[in-house]
Design a protein around this ligand. Structure first.
Ligand SMILES: [Zn+2]
Ligand SMILES: [Zn+2]
Length: 210
């Protein structure tokens, strides 16, 4: 069985199976993940993202992104410099942060693949609705740690897998580009292992201090 793509532990157990895929749960970090054999090929994955209408002018989309932006901004010193990792087909969070006075670079494996931005260090990194799409979240997480200076912030938004959710009918798993599901326990594990603090906002935002 494939080791956990986030923490590398072996011994995952079958968590759930539906018509299309199966889902494993890591015994160490509690990540629930879809084995690689079920992942979409990159061209099909991108075709799905091309359908996303992430319009920077859409007030509903902006309101959604404020769930991450507001608690993140509340923790930042004036003029902090950031990176929006997974900025998507219509970069919006970076614009909103810039409007608030925080210059923000963008990176996206499909839409903004200029890796020169990954050679810098940032006061903060924001990652909105992207973690659940990572095939290799452990690699991405280590990248986050390397990108953010000590004392800086990593703000993540992804729908938490709650203990009491009925997974079989959970909408979030039914998007076949979603392959990794995190609970608060998963984020606490990462914080403990890597010496960060973590705060939670609602049921979708985690804020780590490096
Ligand atoms: Zn794990
Ligand atoms: Zn998503």
């Amino acid at each position: 069985m494939q080791p956990c793509p986030l923490c590398g532990a072996d011994g995952a157990s079958l968590f759930h199976e539906d018509k299309r895929r199966c889902y494993l749960r890591c015994p160490q970090c509690a990540l629930v993940y879809v084995p690689a054999v079920y992942h979409l090929a990159p061209d099909r994955e991108k075709a799905r993202y091309d359908l996303h209408r992430n319009d920077p002018a859409d007030p509903a989309y902006r309101a959604f992104l404020r769930r991450l932006m507001d608690p993140l901004v509340a923790r930042l010193p004036p003029g902090a410099y950031g990176l929006d990792y997974g900025s998507g087909p219509g970069p919006t969070l970076s614009r909103m942060l810039e409007e608030r006075g925080y210059p923000t670079a963008i990176y996206d494996a499909f839409y903004a693949p200029d890796t020169s931005v990954l050679a810098r260090h940032y006061d903060f990194l924001a990652c909105s609705e992207t973690m659940e799409h990572f095939a290799r979240p452990g690699r991405e997480w280590h990248r986050f740690l390397a990108l953010v200076r000590p004392g800086g912030w990593i703000g993540i938004m992804t729908q938490f897998l709650e203990m009491d959710v009925d997974f079989s009918s959970w909408y979030y798993k039914n998007d076949d580009t979603h392959v990794a599901f995190y609970s608060r326990a998963t984020f606490r594990f990462l914080a403990r292992r890597d010496g960060l603090t973590v705060d939670f906002e609602g049921n979708s935002v985690a804020l780590f201090r490096r």
